[in-house]
Design a protein around this ligand. Structure first.
Ligand code: R5P
Length: 304
C-alpha cells in the first residue's frame, strides 16, 4: 500500500502517513509556464493499493485537476486500486441547479474523479446527501462529530443540561445538531436562519427554545464566509447566552472570514484540518483538531 499527497493539504497527508508508519509517495507536482499542472509519479506503484490525499479546497479547480492527474498517472503505472481521500469535497455546495442555467457542479466533479480512474473515495462529511448518489464508485463517508464533541468537552468539562444547549443554526443542520445534543446529554434550540441568495447576507428570523443564561454550542458543517457563525452567535448572545462555542468540520474560511470571526462574540471556534488552515488565518479563539486518525483508520479498513 502507498499514500500520495496532492498539494492542497500536505500537513494532513503527512499526519496520516505517519500514523500508518509509511513515507508519502514520491511525486513531483509542478506547473508549466502557462500554469497547466504536470504530475510525475517517481516510484513504482504497480500491483499496489494506492491512496491519494487531496482536499478540493481553494483553489478548488486546480486541486481537482491535480487530483485527477495523480489518479490517472498512478492507474497508468499499474496500481491495482486507487482511492481518492478527499477530506473536503469542494463544489458540494452546488449540488443542484439553484437557478435554471446553472450546472450541477458536484455531479460533474464526481464524473471527473471517476473518469480519472479512481476506484473509490473516502471523504469527511459531505455537505449534502445529494452528493453521494452522484458517484457510481463506492464512497466511504467519515463523521468528525465525535472528534469535535470530545475536543470541546475535554476543555469545557462543566456543561450540564441545566447550563448549556446545542443550537442548530438552520433547517439543514437540525438532525446533525440533534444527534450531537443527544450524545452530549443536552437539549437542542432551533434558529430560523435566512440567507439572501443574491447578496449572501445572513439574518436570523426566529428562535425556538431558550438560551438565556446558558452556554451555547452551535454546530455546523462548514464555515465558509463566516456569516452564519457571526450572525447566529450575535443573535444568541443578544438573547442572553453566557458564552458561545462554534463547532464546524470544514474550515473553508473564505475571504476575510478569519478576521471577522476573531472580532466576533464567539468565545471559541473549533474546526478540523480537513482543509489546511494557513497560519495567516489562525486567530486566538480558533482550535484546529486533526481528522488524521479517522482517515488513517478508514484507509486501514479499506485495505482489509
Ligand atoms: C449551510 O447550509 C451550511 O450548513 C453552513 O451554515 C454554511 O455553508 C456556512 O456558510 P457561511 O460561513 O458562508 O455562512
Amino acid at each position: 500500500m502507498k499514500i500520495f499527497s496532492g498539494t492542497s493539504n500536505e500537513p494532513l497527508a503527512g499526519r496520516i502517513a505517519k500514523l500508518l508508519d509509511m513515507p508519502l509517495g514520491d511525486v513531483e507536482i509542478t506547473r508549466f509556464i502557462d500554469n497547466e499542472c504536470r504530475v510525475f509519479v517517481r516510484e513504482d506503484v504497480s500491483g499496489q493499493e494506492v491512496f491519494v490525499v487531496q482536499s478540493l479546497s481553494e483553489v478548488a479547480d486546480q486541486h481537482l485537476v491535480e487530483l485527477c492527474l495523480l489518479g490517472s498517472a498512478i492507474k497508468n503505472l499499474g496500481a491495482t486500486k486507487v482511492t481518492a481521500v478527499i477530506p473536503w469535497m469542494g463544489y458540494s455546495k452546488q449540488d443542484k441547479a439553484f437557478r435554471k442555467g446553472e450546472a450541477i457542479s458536484s455531479q460533474l466533479v464526481a464524473k471527473f474523479i471517476e473518469a480519472a480512474g479512481f476506484d473509490a473515495v473516502i471523504s469527511v462529511e459531505l455537505h449534502s446527501e445529494n452528493v453521494l448518489p452522484f458517484f457510481r464508485i463506492p464512497v466511504m463517508e467519515i463523521s468528525a462529530h465525535e472528534l469535535l464533541r470530545e475536543t470541546l468537552f475535554s476543555s469545557e468539562r462543566n456543561f450540564t443540561s441545566e447550563n448549556a444547549v446545542v443550537v442548530s443554526p438552520d433547517k439543514g443542520g437540525v438532525s446533525r445538531s440533534e444527534r450531537f445534543a443527544e450524545k452530549a446529554g443536552l437539549s437542542t434550540v432551533y434558529l430560523m436562519k435566512h440567507r439572501d441568495t443574491a447578496t449572501g447576507e445572513v439574518t436570523v428570523d426566529g428562535i425556538e427554545g431558550a438560551v438565556d443564561g446558558k452556554a451555547v454550542i452551535i454546530f455546523d458543517d462548514i464555515i465558509n464566509t463566516g456569516a452564519t457563525a457571526v450572525t447566529t452567535s450575535k443573535f444568541v448572545k443578544e438573547k442572553g447566552a453566557t458564552s458561545v462555542y462554534f463547532l464546524a468540520t470544514h474550515a473553508v474560511l473564505a475571504g476575510h472570514s478569519a478576521e471577522t470571526l476573531s472580532q466576533s462574540v464567539i468565545d471559541k471556534v473549533i474546526v478540523t484540518d480537513t482543509i489546511a488552515v494557513p497560519t495567516t488565518k489562525h486567530f486566538a479563539t480558533l482550535d484546529v483538531v486533526s481528522v488524521s486518525s479517522l482517515l488513517a483508520d478508514a484507509i486501514m479498513q479499506q485495505t482489509k
